[in-house]
Ligand binder design. Structure first.
Ligand SMILES: Cc1cc2nc3c(=O)[nH]c(=O)nc-3n(C[C@H](O)[C@H](O)[C@H](O)COP(=O)(O)OP(=O)(O)OC[C@H]3O[C@@H](n4cnc5c(N)ncnc54)[C@H](O)[C@@H]3O)c2cc1C
Ligand SMILES: *[C@@H]1O[C@H](CO)[C@@H](O)[C@H](O)[C@H]1NC(C)=O
Ligand SMILES: *[C@@H]1O[C@H](CO)[C@@H](O)[C@H](O)[C@H]1NC(C)=O
Ligand SMILES: *[C@@H]1O[C@H](CO)[C@@H](O)[C@H](O)[C@H]1NC(C)=O
Ligand SMILES: *[C@@H]1O[C@H](CO)[C@@H](O)[C@H](O)[C@H]1NC(C)=O
Ligand SMILES: *[C@@H]1O[C@H](CO)[C@@H](O)[C@H](O)[C@H]1NC(C)=O
Ligand SMILES: *[C@@H]1O[C@H](CO)[C@@H](O)[C@H](O)[C@H]1NC(C)=O
Ligand SMILES: *[C@@H]1O[C@H](CO)[C@@H](O)[C@H](O)[C@H]1NC(C)=O
Ligand SMILES: *[C@@H]1O[C@H](CO)[C@@H](O)[C@H](O)[C@H]1NC(C)=O
Ligand SMILES: *[C@@H]1O[C@H](CO)[C@@H](O)[C@H](O)[C@H]1NC(C)=O
Ligand SMILES: *[C@@H]1O[C@H](CO)[C@@H](O)[C@H](O)[C@H]1NC(C)=O
Length: 559
C-alpha cells in the first residue's frame, strides 16, 4: 500500500472505531424501505409492534447475505405494494437475522432458515411454543391465499376494521343500521351486502378487495333469505349497497367473482362522486446508492489488481460472524447439531488463522462445548460463554472489513464468500497437518451447512450436491480439497449472471487460465482440468503460511 493510502486508511479506521455504533447503524444494509409498505424492525421494536396494534402482521425474516433473500426482495416488494390496500388489517415487516442485535429475537422466534414468512394475530405475545404461523411458501398467489384465510378468521375490534362473520337473522332484528356499521361517529357511508354461498370465499374476498374504500363496510350474507329484510329479492340478489338511512340498492356485477364485485361497487361509489382511493402506483425504487469510502476503494483496487490471494481478514470476518451471530442463533444444540457444532469448533481450533489470543478464545470455547456433560447446550448459553471469554482477554475481532471478499455494490459477497474461503482453507490445512482423518473436514462442512447455514436455497442445493457427488465417499485429504473445489465451481456455474453476482468479481470456473496457466487445457469447445495442477495450485493459494495480512488493523497482522 502506498504511504498516502496507508495514512487515509488509518484515519478512517480511527474514525470508525471512535463511533462504532453509529457507523454500524448508518451502514446497516437494508433491502427494503418504508415506501415499499414494509417497515424494518429489530430487537428493540419487533415484540412491541406485534403486541401493540390491532391488526395482523406479516413478518419476513431474512439474512441479507442470502442470495434467495435478495432474489425474493423484488417479489416481496410487489406483494407488499399489492397488500397496501389491506393495511387496516395487515402490517408488513422485515427483520434481518444477520444483524448481531437481532440474534436473540431470531433465536426466540426460532428462525432457522431464511427467508421465512410468518403471520401473527393482533396483540400477539410470544411464548416458548407460540412463535407465529409459518406461511411455508414464497409463491405470491399462495401467500395471498394463505393471508386471506388467516386474516379473515380474526375478530377485529377497531372502528374501520372489517367483520368477516356472516350477518345473522337475529342481528337484523336488532337496531339494523348500527349493527351493520353506520355509526354516527364513523366515516362509513355505505354497507355492502354480499351473498356468499356455502363453500365459497367470494364474500371474504370482496371484503378484502373493498378495504381500499374507507367509507365502505362490507357484510356477508350466507343466507339469501336475509335480502328480504332490505326489500331486495332473495332469489336473484348477490350484491347490494345500502346507505346510512337504510335504502338498499341491488347491484349487478358482470359475473360472480370477487374481482367483479369489487369493481362493480367501486364504480358505483365513484359515480356518486367519491374520489378514487390513493394507492401507490409503483414499488419504491431499488436502493442504488452504495457508499464506497476511501478505505474500501483502496482495498477494492488492491484486491482487483493483485494476484489471487487469500486474506486473513476474510477468515477472521467469517469466524467473527459465526461465533457472534450464526451459531448463537440456534435455539438448542443437541444430538446431530451438537455433533456438528463440536466438529466445527474442533476444526476451527486446529486450523484457526487467528493469533494467540484468538486461538485461546476458540480453544476455551471448544472445551466449554465439548465439556457439556448433558450433551445439550442452548444458543443463549453459547452466546453468554463467548461474551464471558471475550471479556477475559484482548479484543480479538477488530477488522470488521472484508478484503478479498469486498463487494463493489450493496448486498454482494461478504459473509458467504468468506465462508467458502474458510472451508477451502480448512481442506488445505487438513491435508498438510495430517491430524484429522481423511473425510473429516468435508463431513464438518456438510454438518455446518446442514444445521447452521441460514440460507434455505443454498442448504437445499448443497445437500443435493453432496449426495450426488458422494461427499461421504471421499477417501483422501487431497480428494477433499478437490471435492470442495468442484462443488464450488458447480455453484459458480449456477450463479453465473444471477443478480447476486458482483460485476467486478464475475462467477467463473476457478482457477481461470490467467490465475493458473497449467490448471486447464482448452480445445475449441472443451476445457479439461488438470487435477494434479489444480491441487497444487489450491494447496499454495490456501496455505496458512501464504495468507495475506493486508487490510488488518495492525500493520503486521496479528503477531
Ligand atoms: C456452502 C455454500 C453454498 C452456497 N450455495 C448457494 C446457492 O445455492 N445459491 C446462492 O445464491 N448462493 C449460494 N452461496 C453463496 C455463493 O456461492 C457466493 O458465496 C456468493 O454469491 C458470493 O460470491 P463471490 O463472488 O464472493 O465468490 P464466492 O463464490 O463466494 O467465492 C469466494 C472466493 O473463493 C474463490 N473461489 C471461487 N471458486 C472457487 C473454487 N471452485 N475453488 C476454490 N476457490 C474458489 C475465489 O477467490 C472467490 O472470490 C453458497 C455459499 C456457500 C458457502
Ligand atoms: C437490542 O440489541 C442492542 C444491541 O445488541 C442492545 O443494546 C439492546 O439492549 C437490545 N434491546 C433489547 C430490547 O433487547
Ligand atoms: C347518533 O345520532 C342520533 C341522531 O342523529 C342521536 O340521537 C344519537 O344520540 C347519536 N348517537 C351517538 C352515540 O352519538
Ligand atoms: C359520509 O360520511 C361522512 C362522515 O359520517 C359524512 O361527513 C359525509 O357527509 C357522508 N357523505 C355522504 C355522501 O353521505
Ligand atoms: C331481481 O328480480 C326483480 C324482479 O323479480 C328485478 O326487478 C330485479 O332487477 C332483479 N335484480 C337483479 C339483481 O337481477
Ligand atoms: C368477471 O368480470 C370481470 C370484470 O368485472 C372480468 O375482469 C373477469 O375477467 C370476469 N371473469 C370471468 C370468469 O368471466
Ligand atoms: C429492482 O431490482 C429488481 C431485480 O433485483 C428488478 O427486477 C426491478 O425491476 C428493479 N426495480 C426498479 C424500480 O428498479
Ligand atoms: C472432549 O471431551 C472428551 C470426553 O468427553 C475428552 O476426552 C476430550 O479430551 C475433550 N477434548 C477437548 C479438546 O476438550
Ligand atoms: C491478537 O490480535 C488482536 C487483534 O489485532 C489483538 O487485539 C491482540 O492483542 C493480539 N493478541 C496477541 C497475543 O498478539
Ligand atoms: C474433452 O477433451 C477430453 C480430453 O482432452 C476428452 O476426453 C473429452 O471427450 C472431450 N469432451 C468433449 C465434450 O469433447
Ligand atoms: C506460497 O505461494 C507461493 C507463490 O504462489 C508459492 O511459491 C509457495 O510455494 C507458497 N507457499 C506454500 C507454503 O504453499
Amino acid at each position: 500500500m502506498k504511504l498516502h493510502a496507508l495514512v487515509v486508511f488509518w484515519l478512517l479506521l480511527l474514525r470508525c472505531c471512535l463511533v462504532p455504533t453509529n457507523a454500524a447503524l448508518a451502514t446497516e444494509p437494508s433491502l427494503y424501505a418504508p415506501e415499499d409498505n414494509v417497515k424494518i424492525l429489530n430487537n428493540d421494536t419487533l415484540e412491541m409492534e406485534l403486541y401493540s396494534s390491532n391488526n395482523c402482521k406479516l413478518v419476513q425474516f431474512i439474512n441479507y447475505f442470502c442470495g434467495d433473500c435478495r432474489r425474493f426482495a423484488a417479489t416481496f416488494k410487489q406483494l407488499a405494494w399489492k397488500l397496501y390496500g389491506w393495511r387496516t388489517v395487515l402490517s408488513i415487516f422485515v427483520v434481518d437475522c444477520a444483524q448481531e442485535r437481532n440474534v436473540q429475537i431470531c433465536r426466540d422466534f426460532d428462525i432457522q432458515k431464511t427467508p421465512t414468512l410468518r403471520i401473527f394475530p393482533p396483540d400477539f405475545q410470544r411464548t416458548e411454543k407460540q412463535v407465529g404461523f409459518d406461511l411455508d411458501t414464497l409463491v405470491p398467489d399462495a401467500i395471498f391465499a394463505k393471508l386471506a384465510e388467516y386474516i379473515s378468521k380474526v375478530k377485529y375490534t377497531m372502528l374501520g376494521q372489517p367483520d368477516f362473520k356472516p350477518v345473522k337473522a337475529t342481528d337484523i332484528i336488532q337496531p339494523l343500521l348500527q349493527k351493520l356499521g353506520c355509526f354516527n361517529s364513523s366515516a362509513i357511508n355505505f354497507t355492502v351486502l354480499v351473498y356468499q354461498p356455502e363453500g365459497s370465499t367470494i364474500g371474504r374476498d370482496t371484503i378484502l378487495g373493498l378495504l381500499i374504500w374507507p367509507m365502505v363496510n362490507v357484510r356477508i350474507l350466507s343466507d339469501r333469505r336475509l335480502f328480504r329484510y332490505f326489500v331486495l329479492s332473495p332469489t336473484n340478489s348477490t350484491l347490494a349497497l345500502m346507505d346510512c338511512v337504510g335504502n338498499a340498492k341491488a347491484l349487478q356485477p358482470l359475473n360472480d367473482t370477487s374481482a367483479s364485485y369489487v369493481a362493480c361497487v367501486g364504480n358505483y361509489i365513484h359515480s356518486l362522486g367519491y374520489a378514487l382511493p390513493l394507492l401507490p402506483t409503483n414499488p419504491a425504487p431499488n436502493i442504488t446508492n452504495y457508499l464506497i469510502d476511501e478505505e474500501q476503494a483502496a482495498i477494492l483496487s488492491t484486491v482487483l489488481q493483485g494476484r489471487s490471494k487469500v486474506y486473513r481478514a476474510d477468515l477472521e470476518q467469517a469466524i467473527d460472524q459465526l461465533i457472534h451471530i450464526e451459531l448463537p442463533k440456534v435455539r438448542i444444540f443437541k444430538g446431530d447439531n451438537m455433533m456438528a457444532l463440536r466438529q466445527f469448533l474442533n476444526v476451527l481450533c486446529l486450523f484457526s488463522p487467528l493469533n494467540v489470543s484468538g486461538k485461546l478464545l476458540l480453544q476455551r470455547l471448544y472445551e466449554f462445548v465439548n465439556g457439556s456433560t448433558s450433551g445439550e447446550l442452548t444458543g443463549m448459553a453459547f452466546q453468554a460463554q463467548v461474551q464471558l471469554l471475550e471479556g477475559m482477554q484482548p479484543k480479538v475481532f477488530k477488522a470488521r472489513r472484508y478484503v478479498g471478499c469486498i463487494a463493489s455494490g450493496p448486498f454482494l459477497r461478504g459473509f458467504t464468500c468468506s465462508l467458502w474461503t474458510l472451508f477451502h482453507y480448512f481442506t488445505v490445512q487438513a491435508s498438510k497437518s495430517l491430524i484429522l482423518p481423511a473425510g473429516f473436514v468435508l463431513g464438518t462442512v456438510h454438518g455446518f451447512v446442514k444445521h447452521f447455514f441460514g440460507c434455505r436455497d443454498c442448504v437445499q442445493h448443497f445437500m443435493g450436491m453432496s449426495e450426488r457427488r458422494k461427499i461421504f465417499s471421499v477417501a483422501s485429504r487431497d480428494e477433499e480439497i478437490l471435492w470442495l473445489w468442484e462443488a464450488h465451481n458447480e455453484v459458480n456455474q449456477r450463479l453465473e449472471g444471477d443478480i447476486t453476482e458482483d460485476p467486478k468479481f464475475p462467477k467463473v470456473q476457478f482457477p481461470t487460465l490467467s490465475v493458473c496457466g497449467n490448471c486447464q487445457i482448452n480445445s475449441l469447445h472443451n476445457t479439461t482440468w488438470q487435477r494434479p495442477q489444480v491441487l497444487s495450485f489450491l494447496k499454495e493459494l490456501y496455505d496458512g503460511r501464504n495468507l495475506s495480512n493486508y487490510g488488518l488493523p495492525t500493520t503486521n497482522g496479528y503477531n
